[in-house]
Design a protein around this ligand. Structure first.
Ligand code: NDP
Length: 805
């Protein structure tokens, strides 16, 4: 290799986050501000064998190959192994002497990632932990820092476990003071901790019984000191500490909300990208955060933050915020217009027949367009499809605001995205759920999806409420007709379409199906022309050689459009289908029931039977929606405690029972209570259901499976009202409730009976693939490995981690 323009060294890089850091340095270097020629990365490890294997794995890595970033593939990055054990002084000195000799001009990047989390807690464990995490990293920092060029970067991978909320006031202040004084002051605190543990008095001394946490607090503290001292040298070297988040690695025994690649993002950003010259900071999720967390005041907030899964959204990061916000805005838009569509048409003097035709065709158009776009989303790019959907929303909104011709409006509604019923049809939901499932691990998924459901309900309710208020406010203005007011609401819908599009544009590449999985999915169906997959292949034992196969672009160019579309469906593997057929049947039964007694018909029944005031009915409906939104937030925490299927079943049963007996009471109070029970618990199965589907299907199948699920539910729900209509006409409304309630209970019992023993605690849908077919589920005893232990030990008290225990 010609003399490298840039040189980086990463410690403990043979696996886990360290390996992902090297991989992401290589991937992101070409587009980073540092890019200026050949880049040499030293992947260091304490074992020569494991280090060499790691380099080999990266050289063979499909994503690196495809990106052509490595010199061997025509790029300008070279990854090379060097032995380094940070717990041995001579090893650090050897490495530093080697670097000095090889790179007299200096290094650009040092990332101290190596670390350990040991089982148990005693003075010996403390000593071992400090030796690597505290003293080893400190020595590596002090020896390698002088080798950094001007403008170089040094990153210490510390942990949230090192935040200062678990210490006595005195020790907390001592840490804060030491981090502004010198390294010796920090080391004194470590010695004090070690001595206190040896005497069994660490609690009295103001420390937690947690070797890992204290070692990381020390690491963060001296990183700040060293950054402060370095800043005085005016070399422009930036030194920061960070937490990668709660990451699935050997250290967390496979638990964790993030993949190693996601965990690598913050350290890599601090090493390669523009961080505005900041130094001496503590970072997480690509943001600088407080190292010091005050306890007393923030305790209730922190409890809420952890228990209600906000921590999961926070750790999933920007894409989760954007998707949840986009859906809330969209549901707001649907909420504003769905109530007025029929009224708008009536105002334009369209016949009832035309209004009915419009409603039916719009729903059908939305559902079919939604399915079509969903099936192609993974292939064409999820963000592109979401953007296209937003564009259709804008077009439809603008068409409604400008034209008054029935056929133009019908075309705009059928081809575009308008919600005639307030439901979330179109391509969005399945893609968004699939993205959220991909971005989250097992632990975080139900939490994030629960907030996705809750805020969408809030958006929808906000839209309906806003619509009523806007109509009233504008009508009071001079010269405004009802039609003018409705047109204004359609412009609001259009603006929301723009907002949706803008939020989609901010989504990152992480939302797309990873290339390897996309390629893999295509190989499965394109090459073999069949849905049958080799079990070994699916189990990851034998991987197809991607080199020998045509690229996705080549295949796309030769495949007809219909083949591309149907391939998404046919690529759903037999094991997934065998589970989904059962689930789809159950969901169809549940949806027919929901369709038989939707809230609109329920309101009609209450009105018809008890004649309450319109305002009272409105208040009850709002309260029911409100309860539904609130209760959905509890689905995440509950699923963490009792599991996905139990959460789905046991929250749904009371709601179903309320439907079953809804037609019986003869007084309004009882009926209202039943309505609140039904609505209050109704939404709690949504997030666990999506999390369950995400867990039992392959990642590359999720979008299509979720799209089909939504389609089936909608179509099943559409059959319901006609049945109820017949019964209502003959004054047999109670029969409709009874049948719907029975259907719902059948769904609950069926779900429990079929899936309660299905192990979904394993990650990433690999579960079913590893077991091949599940047709005869009863005879195939599923792998009953215990759920991943949350941690190496109680000692590893990372905040994000401990919340998951
Ligand atoms: P892993 O256990 O998967 O990897 C740790 C790496 O450090 C391994 O390569 C290991 O090498 C190496 N290592 C350990 N001791 C030494 C040593 N003395 N000299 C050189 N290398 C050593 O852990 P993660 O990838 O999860 O953790 C990476 C860093 O991220 C750690 O500093 C950890 O504290 C931090 N972190 C991780 C979190 C998580 O959720 N995973 C959360 C917060 C922080 P070997 O294979 O030889 O053992």
């Amino acid at each position: 290799m010609t003399s490298p323009a840039r040189v980086a060294a990463v410690t403990g890089a043979n696996k886990g986050i360290g390996l992902a850091i090297v991989r992401n340095l290589a991937l992101q270097y070409p587009k980073s501000p540092l890019h200026s020629g050949p880049f040499l990365i030293y992947l260091t490890a304490r074992s020569a064998e494991r280090g060499a294997e790691a380099v080999q794995a990266l050289n063979d890595d499909a994503q690196l190959k495809q990106a052509k970033v490595l010199a061997r593939d025509g790029g300008n990055t070279t990854i090379t192994f060097r032995e380094l054990d940070i717990s041995r002084t001579e090893s650090i000195q050897d490495f530093s002497a080697f670097l000095k000799q090889q790179h007299p001009n200096g290094l650009d990047i040092v990332i101290n990632n190596a670390g350990i989390a040991l089982q148990g807690f005693d003075a010996k464990v403390v000593q071992e932990t400090l030796k690597t995490n505290y003293y080893g990293t400190l020595e590596a920092t002090q020896d390698l820092l002088p080798l950094l060029k001007n403008g170089g970067r040094l990153v210490n991978v510390s942990s949230m476990a090192g935040q200062l909320n678990k210490y006595s006031e005195e020790i907390r202040n001592a840490f804060l003071q030491a981090s502004k004084t010198d390294v010796a002051a920090v080391t004194t605190l470590m010695e004090k901790f070690h001595a206190a543990v040896a005497e069994g008095k660490e609690k009295e001394a103001g420390f937690p019984s947690a070797a890992y946490a204290v070692s990381k607090a020390g690491e963060t503290a001296y990183t700040k000191v060293i950054a402060m001292e370095e800043a005085k040298r005016n070399r422009g070297v930036l030194i920061n500490a960070c937490c990668p988040g709660y990451v699935k690695t050997d250290m967390t025994k496979g638990g964790g909300a993030k993949t190693p690649d996601q965990g690598a993002q913050t350290p890599v950003m601090l090493a390669l990208h523009d961080i505005g010259g900041r130094t001496g900071g503590f970072w997480q999720s690509e943001r600088e955060i407080e190292w010091m967390v005050t306890t007393a005041l923030t305790k209730p907030f922190r409890w809420f933050y952890k228990e209600f899964g906000l921590v999961s959204i926070h750790e999933t990061g920007r894409n989760a915020y954007l998707i949840i916000l986009a859906r809330a805005c969209r549901m707001f838009a649907y909420g504003t217009t769905s109530l007025i569509l029929a009224l708008f048409f009536a105002e334009l003097q369209f016949s009832d027949f035309r209004i009915g035709l419009f409603m039916t065709l719009t729903l059908l158009g939305d559902v079919l367009l939604g399915l079509l776009l969903t099936l192609i989303a993974d292939r064409f790019g999820r963000r592109k499809i979401l953007f296209f959907g937003s564009f259709l929303m804008v077009l439809s909104g603008a068409a409604f605001a400008i034209f008054e011709n029935f056929w133009v409006l019908l075309a705009a509604a059928v081809v575009g995205v308008v919600s005639a019923t307030g439901g979330d049809f179109g391509p969005f939901r399945a893609i968004e759920e699939s993205v959220l499932a991909q971005l989250t691990g097992r632990e975080a998924r139900a939490d994030v999806l629960a907030w996705y459901v809750t805020l969408s309900t809030v958006g929808s309710a906000g839209g309906s409420e806003a619509s009523g208020r806007i109509v009233n406010a504008l009508l009071e203005r001079e010269g405004w007709t009802l039609v003018d007011v409705y047109l204004a609401l359609f412009w609001l819908f259009t603006v929301m379409g723009f907002v949706n599009a803008a939020l989609v544009l901010l989504l990152t590449e992480a939302c797309e199906l990873p290339r390897a999985e996309a390629e893999y999915a295509q190989v499965a169906q394109d090459e073999r022309g069949s849905v049958e997959l080799d079990e070994h292949n699916r189990g990851g034992v034998v991987q197809p050689s991607l080199n020998s196969l045509p690229s996705s672009q080549e295949r796309d160019a030769t495949n007809p459009w219909w083949r591309k579309l149907t391939s998404s469906f046919s690529a759903i593997s037999p094991p997934t289908r065998s589970v989904m057929y059962k689930l789809w049947t159950l969901l169809a039964i549940d949806s027919i029931a929901d369709g038989m007694v939707p809230y609109s018909l329920t309101n009609y029944y209450i009105d018809h039977t008890f004649h309450p005031s319109v305002a009272f009915l409105g208040d009850i409906t709002s309260a029911a929606y409100f309860l539904g939104a609130i209760s959905a937030v509890f689905a995440g925490p509950l699923a963490r405690k009792i599991g996905l299927i139990h959460t789905m079943v046991f929250t749904h049963i009371p709601s179903s029972a309320a439907v079953l007996v809804f037609g019986l009471p003869t007084n309004l109070v009882m009926v209202v209570m039943l309505l609140l029970v039904r609505a209050g618990l109704n939404n709690m199965d949504q997030a666990p259901r999506s999390a369950f589907i995400a867990a039992v299907v392959q990642p590359e199948e999720r979008t299509a499976v979720m799209g089909i699920t939504n389609l089936l539910r909608t179509l099943a729900a559409m059959t319901g009202p006609s049945v109820t209509g017949v019964l209502a006409g003959s004054n047999k409304f109670w029969v409709a409730f009874f049948v719907a309630g029975s259907f719902r209970l059948a769904y609950d019992v069926g779900l429990w009976g079929m899936f309660r023993n299905l192990e979904v605690d394993r990650d990433e849908g690999a579960l079913l693939a590893q077991h091949g077919r599940l047709e005869d589920e009863e005879t195939h005893e599923l792998d009953r490995r215990p759920a991943p232990l949350s941690l190496a030990s109680d000692d590893f008290v990372d905040d994000s981690v401990s919340s998951k225990k």
